[in-house]
Design a protein around this ligand. Structure first.
Ligand code: GLV
Ligand code: MN
Ligand code: MN
Length: 413
């Protein structure tokens, strides 16, 4: 058959995404499938069932990464891999991550139906804990697999209730026996929603990022002195929340002070004892810094740390800082990025060469093999929210680009 005419089934892709969106559906139209929760388990069970229906050989490794392998004509060649993640943010959307897993599955179904056998094997992957929302940091399981993070360090990470990653992985039945250690991969493609406004603004269908920004995560702990709010004079207080408030504004103004080329965010905070009539004596908050330039992000952090120590000293609120995670910026393989752009053109879709501000497992895969991503527009540029949306026709377009990129790359000798 003329493979250039081959197309995925957009209606089937939509049906799979809608089925997955029922698992952990939220009243606001999004999903909550937090890593290693019962919903995550149900999502995984569904994915494994679908993989087996088209005869993929399923393997689960000791990080709970799920691989579905389709044999190639020359099965000893390193495979081409594609996938993403099925976990979500709390009150996340119906597309982030799962589009890349369902998109790769739809490609495999299309090849299965049409009895197409590629030269190299193909592997779908569902990475565990891409989001890093329940268990920080993000992308840990591709990180362990790539050899950039330690398995036991990740197992020991705790959620807000003190539950350990390793124990929760075991509890949901997805702690596999196969070592989470890289094997040769010919190339990796990750299909994902853009999660930003660029494609929509420029009226393009397909985005091909040149790479992903660095991600630096920090955890800040402040100790104050609790007291009754009524009788305690304003002078001499050691209010941990006021110190945090000043620090949060310092984070927000940091990109300006660094003359741009970065973003900085505080997204999570816990305040103790969190009572309206007690002066707060314990605050934890997170800092997320991203830039294309790792050195620039580190310089920004040095400036911020100086601010934090000055504020903590002035307010008498001792500070502890954990430098939790640094994932360097990931410049993708240019020939593969070019292939995404060319393939979009061949299929009649407009495209944009851009950059990814969102983190993806592709960052760690980029340390293992040539890597590229395929983006489709996010309506209103919204993501990590329940209203996250992408048109079904754009989902179909992206999956067709993935299909043809995989066909070309899997037939390379
Ligand atoms: C991953 O979802 C990120 O934080 O970009
Ligand atoms: Mn994602
Ligand atoms: Mn996400």
């Amino acid at each position: 058959m003329d493979l250039s005419k081959l197309r995925i089934d957009g209606a089937r892709l939509r049906a799979s995404l809608e089925e997955m969106a029922k698992i952990g559906a939220t009243p606001g139209g999004g999903v909550q499938r937090l890593t290693l929760s019962d919903e995550d388990k149900r999502g995984r069970d569904q994915i494994v069932k679908w993989m087996k229906e088209i005869d993929l050989a399923v393997t689960i490794d000791e990080m709970g990464n799920i691989f579905g392998r389709r044999a190639g004509k020359n099965d000893s060649l390193p495979p081409v891999m594609s996938g993403s993640h099925a976990d979500s943010q709390p009150k996340g959307g119906r597309f982030d991550g799962i589009l890349g897993v369902m998109g790769a599955l739809e490609v495999m179904r299309t090849l299965h139906d049409n009895k197409v056998r590629t030269e190299r094997p193909l592997v779908i992957v569902d990475w565990t804990n891409e989001e890093g929302s329940r268990f920080a940091p993000a992308m840990v399981s591709s990180g362990v697999w790539a050899g950039a993070l330690e398995r036991d360090w990740v197992y020991a990470r705790t959620d807000i209730n003190g539950k350990k990653f390793g124990e929760e992985l075991e509890r949901i039945g997805y702690k596999g026996k196969v070592p989470a250690a890289k094997w040769p991969v010919h190339a990796y493609y990750e299909f994902h929603i853009e999660q930003g406004p660029m494609l929509e603004r420029q009226k393009r269908t397909i985005g091909a990022p040149k790479g992903i920004l660095c991600l630096h995560w920090y955890d800040v702990y402040l100790t104050g002195e609790a007291n009754q709010v009524g009788p305690t004079p304003m002078e001499g207080r050691h209010d941990a929340l006021c110190a945090a408030a000043e620090m949060i504004l310092a984070v927000n103004t940091l990109p300006d002070r660094m003359h741009g080329n970065m973003v900085a965010t505080v997204g999570e905070i816990q305040n103790k004892p969190n009572s309206r009539n007690i002066i707060p004596d314990g605050v934890h908050f997170t800092v997320d810094i991203r830039s294309w330039d790792d050195e620039h992000a580190l310089k920004a952090w040095e400036l911020l740390k100086t601010d934090f120590h000055e504020i903590a000293a002035r307010r008498g609120t001792p500070i502890r800082i954990d430098e939790t995670w640094r994932c360097p910026h990931a410049p993708f393989a240019e020939p593969l990025v070019r292939r995404v752009l060319d393939t979009a053109g061949e299929l009649g879709y407009s495209s944009l060469h851009m950059v990814s501000g969102a983190g993806h497992d592709a960052s760690y895969m980029n340390q293992v093999c040539p890597t590229a991503m395929i983006f489709v527009p996010s309506i209103g540029g919204r993501s990590h929210v329940e209203v996250e949306n992408t048109s079904w026709s754009d989902c179909e377009a992206g999956a067709n680009v993935l299909l043809h990129c995989l066909l070309k790359t899997a037939d390379e000798r």
